[in-house]
Design a protein around this ligand. Sequence first.
Ligand code: ZN
Length: 104
Amino acid sequence: MLLSGKLNKIRTAALLLVFISIIVMYLGFVWPAVMSIFIALGLILISVSVGIYFWIGVLSTHAPHVMCPVCQKKTKVLGKKDECSHCKAILSLDPNDAPQDKPK
Ligand SMILES: [Zn+2]
């Protein structure tokens, strides 16, 4: 779980957060007495998700581009290990995970 398609996972989480904040704001209309509290809460959640989107943008510009050896498409590797965003193959930048050609 930790190694798989991090950028996509964070993106999904941020999208879910947007939906949650819309639901929270909608609850304000259902319950008019505390509407302002729900609206404020929803706006806070939306600004958090905007922050997450911005953070993803920064992360993805820093992530190195690699050619996936399995599907021959370009993908990004976040951290030392990540999943190919096209075919879910696990890619690693760690030299310890390089295939060992020479017998020890
Ligand atoms: Zn791939």
